[in-house]
Design a protein around this ligand. Structure first.
Ligand SMILES: [Fe+2]
Length: 209
């Protein structure tokens, strides 16, 4: 019987811990808490996420609004600063770029060098992502309750412009990565339903160690 902690061979180099860049100076103002008048692409994204929460209270589709917000955000070439596009040779790198002052969501860029990938995981919260540049590969899994293991169901390329939204749970397990043979960096934009300080610890429900 397969074990839930058995690594899945999907051809990627996976990492055991996630790299997250944060503010280096504790005395500096929390730059990721955006002022209301911020008219940058990130500020616009945050306002649209705020609107998605407000609309959801009236029954509107939250996931659809998040997808549209991500789609608009990545259309702006000034969305990310140069330092938010920097990768790490040791594993895919996550830059926290905005966080909701109310703790309802956090926004991050993820930088994937060729051959880097996430672990196979479900989600403890809702998540949305969009591919900004490069081509990611997404491998999808279903949870087999009998064997208590993730079973691969599909693998698909996710090109620049691709947008996705998933709810929490093991119904939408996946692994994202930048295949080694692309030879080029990939960057994606992610929104998670957690406070900024929980972005590395309260999102992924890891299936493989
Ligand atoms: Fe994920």
């Amino acid at each position: 019987m397969a074990h839930p902690n058995k690594p899945h061979n999907t051809g990627f180099i996976t990492m055991k811990s996630e790299h997250v860049s944060r503010l280096k100076h504790a005395s500096a103002p929390p730059a990721f808490v955006l002022p209301a008048h911020d008219d940058s692409a990130v500020g616009q994204l945050c306002r649209e996420l705020d609107a998605a929460f407000a609309a959801a209270e009236t029954g509107a589709s939250f996931g659809l609004r998040v997808r549209y917000a991500l789609q608009r955000a990545i259309a702006d070439s000034a969305l990310l600063r140069p330092d938010q596009r920097i990768g790490d040779a040791h594993g895919y790198h996550r830059h926290l770029i905005a966080a909701d002052p109310l703790g309802r969501y956090a926004v991050a860029s993820l930088v994937w060098e060729p051959g880097q990938a996430s672990p196979v995981h479900g989600h403890r919260t809702w998540c949305g992502y969009a591919v900004i540049e490069g081509v990611l590969s997404e491998t999808l899994f279903r949870w087999d309750a009998q064997t208590q293991d993730a079973v691969e169901t599909r693998r698909q390329p996710r090109v620049a412009g691709a947008v996705s939204f998933v709810d929490a749970g093991r119904g939408t397990m996946h692994q994202l990565g930048n295949p080694a043979n692309t030879g080029t960096r990939a960057i994606s934009l992610h929104v998670y339903g957690v406070a900024g300080e929980h972005i590395a610890t309260h999102v992924n429900d890891l299936i493989a160690a």
